[in-house]
Design a protein around this ligand. Structure first.
Ligand code: SF4
Ligand code: SF4
Length: 505
């Protein structure tokens, strides 16, 4: 194994934040038992909801497919344990800040019986890449770094591009969150095995395994497994701990020294980024036939009695998880799913753990924002923006609802990292405003698409009616012609008979 390397590109902006990760990394990952009830949202990924294929009262086994993809951008959902489907109904979810969304609810039978594989899967490296990708699609695997983009579809898009590097993202730069660190310490074999599967699927020969320099234990364990694997396609890279160096585009800049163009993707510059948790999930699916039904998540903050990382089944409620590790403290005032910079505050702990849940943060107060004041044009927000945007200008355009200017000033490139509001002396909630502006732009785009589809349907209907009218007219003309011909024939026949009769007489 070669020594980890530091040859890095330059990251613009960013912040050095207090890590606050020690509390949750002092003990090993805690396994949370299967609860009495699991709540599985049908949307745990970017794209369209999965479609339930089970009915109420039906018995299911651990790992059984319970909601399938509708054929568009989506990911299937599997039962996280065995039991009975007792409801398919709206339930509070973290992706909607605690508002309800459709969920499949399983009453567990306590047996945790797995579904049996129909047949033994062949070795992954004997499969053609497209066969391997189709298999990954069935595992319900999504990007576990937070974006939850369906992994198979991301890979399918990547194989159409000229990819040179796979970048395995073990950079966990947001304060408090340590699930990837613990995963690399305890599941390094699965992480690197997943990377080897990905290299085969992508038909490429270089994977950078990227870790921050403040994670010596993870680095040590990865190094040990790399030595065992003796696979020189896997190269360890160290990066400094700067937030948000774990963002996809920022990582590509740091590791491959390539700039992802505005509105583009890492694949545009020959790179594909996958989270270490995603790689481990691929390994579990391909080697152990276990779809994505559990994950490691950090439970931390001064609001929990014992900050720690846990591994729990998807669908386990936050209430169940926190109860298992000793409950809340009297400081518990706010519940955030995700980190302090990008997480979502929720109002109830009945939200379930989902594929995106990398952290359960319970704190006394999220951030001492202070009263919002007018922008003083200090420029601090622009200095820290890792995407080199001008947040103060975006803010004006967001206030004015100026979609064209927001687009031309790169709003869609904003990664919502929160650096700008953290430094803003006027306490302007810039990231929140940008998130809302993006949502409005998406709504407008959806509306336009809907209007376009309606126009196309209207035109198609008119075309069809016109065609039908023309066909009817042609048919009528033909009938007339036929009748005319039939009449002429009949007259000719009569005339002929009359002539025959005259001749006979
Ligand atoms: S940091 Fe705040 S006050 Fe300063 S320019 Fe940006 S938005 Fe204005
Ligand atoms: S939230 Fe957006 S605008 Fe603000 S610093 Fe991050 S990327 Fe830049």
């Amino acid at each position: 194994m070669s020594a980890p390397t530091y040859d890095l590109g330059k990251l613009h902006g960013g912040l050095r934040l207090e890590a606050r990760k020690r509390q949750s990394t002092e003990s090993p990952i805690v396994q949370v038992p299967v609860p009495g009830q699991l709540v599985l949202p049908i949307t745990q990924h970017a794209g369209d909801p999965a479609q339930p294929i089970v009915g109420i009262g039906e018995r299911v086994l651990k790992g059984q497919l319970i909601a399938e993809t509708p054929g568009s951008l989506s990911a299937p959902v599997h039962a996280s344990s065995s039991g009975k489907i007792v409801a398919i109904e709206p339930w509070p979810v973290s992706s909607r800040f605690g508002q309800k969304a459709p969920c499949i609810i399983i009453e567990c039978d306590g047996e945790d019986r797995p579904i049996e594989a129909v047949e033994e899967a062949p070795a992954y490296d004997s499969l053609a890449p497209e066969v391997l990708l189709a298999r990954i699609l069935r595992g319900g695997i999504v990007g576990l770094g937070g974006a939850v983009f369906p992994t198979a579809q991301k890979l399918m898009q990547a194989v159409t591009c000229d990819i040179e590097y796979l970048i395995l993202n073990g950079v966990e730069c947001e304060p408090y969150i340590s699930c990837d660190d613990m995963l690399m310490r305890e599941y390094a074999r699965e992480v690197l095995g997943g990377a080897q599967i990905l290299l085969h699927a992508l038909e490429i020969d270089t994977c950078f395994v990227v870790v921050e320099s403040d994670k010596p234990e993870a680095l040590h364990r990865l190094g040990e497994v790399l030595a065992e694997l003796d696979d020189d396609r896997l190269v360890l890279k160290l990066v400094p701990t700067i937030y948000p160096s774990g963002g996809e585009d920022q990582l590509v800049q740091l590791v491959a020294n390539r700039e992802v163009p505005s509105g583009g993707l890492p694949t545009d510059v020959g790179c594909l980024v996958q989270n270490v948790g995603t790689a481990a999930a691929i390994y579990d699916w391909i080697f152990h036939n276990e779809p994505l039904i559990s994950r490691v998540t950090t439970v931390t903050g001064n609001g929990v009695a014992r900050p720690v990382n846990v591994e729990a089944r998807l669908g386990t409620t936050v209430a169940n998880i926190v109860a298992h590790i000793g409950g809340y403290t009297e400081d518990a005032k706010q519940l955030v799913i995700g980190g302090p910079m990008t997480g979502k505050s929720v109002t109830t702990d009945s939200v379930p753990l989902v594929k995106a849940s990398n952290c359960i943060l319970v704190i006394s107060e999220r951030r001492d924002g202070g009263a919002e004041m007018p922008c003083i044009r200090c420029g601090d927000c622009a200095a820290v923006c890792p995407v080199q945007l001008l947040p103060q200008q975006l803010f004006w355009y967001a206030c004015a609802d100026n979609e064209a200017k927001l687009r031309s000033h790169g709003l869609t490139d904003c990664i919502e990292c929160g650096c700008c509001d953290l430094v803003c002396p006027s306490h302007i909630p810039l990231t929140f405003d940008f998130r809302m502006a993006k949502a409005r732009i998406r709504e407008l785009a959806d509306e336009k698409a809907r209007a376009e589809r309606a126009r196309q349907r209207f035109e198609a209907r008119n075309e069809r009616l016109e065609k039908e009218r023309e066909e009817r007219e042609a048919e009528l003309a033909q009938q007339k012609e036929d009748a005319k011909k039939a009449g002429a024939d009949a007259i000719a026949e009569i005339m002929k008979r009359r002539q025959q009769k005259d001749e006979e007489d």
